[in-house]
Design a protein around this ligand. Sequence first.
Ligand code: IMP
Ligand code: MG
Length: 183
Amino acid sequence: MSAYSPPEVRPLISSERIAERVSELAARITRDYAGGSVVLLSVLKGSFMFAADLARQIALPVRIEFLGVRSYGDDTKSSGVVQITQDLTRPVEGLDIVIVEDIIDTGLTISYLREQLRSRNPASVKVASLLHKPARIQREVDIDYLGFTIDDVFVVGYGLDYAERYRNLPFLGVLDPSLSPQA
Ligand code: IMP
Ligand code: MG
């Protein structure tokens, strides 16, 4: 594990456990799309690390697309008002898409994205999410490939941020701002 482990972040899921789970999800995707190919649609920025690790372990032709979204609200709560900050660069019509998300919290972002994608006429859309916080769900969401279910805590690391910090931590941790005047 990396030496960088800020005191205000309490480790929750180690990089080893993440790697193990990502391998299992990739194996399932490989089986489910056997004989075909898949478009991984990474929702920026939070899913970039998960998407990169997942992509490397899917034993099929994979295309990677990125979609930038920003959800307004205060820093540790999403508002459900989603703005697309970077759109797809290529059509996805007729393709099998797996949306890759970092975390499904209220479910509002993923519901909005599913809705938006429908007009692009993909052949199918499934969802892979590293994390799910069922405590705060507002919109029922089918998560086809789920990494971990967590309690209602604010997590950072492995792509997830607080005010753009901590994305580079190789593990997932709970941010406790009381442990650091900086956080
Ligand atoms: P939802 O629309 O409430 O499901 O929000 C999902 C988005 O909110 C995620 O893609 C994250 O960007 C952000 N988010 C929600 N919970 C957390 C968290 O615990 N840590 C970091 N980002 C989070
Ligand atoms: Mg996100």
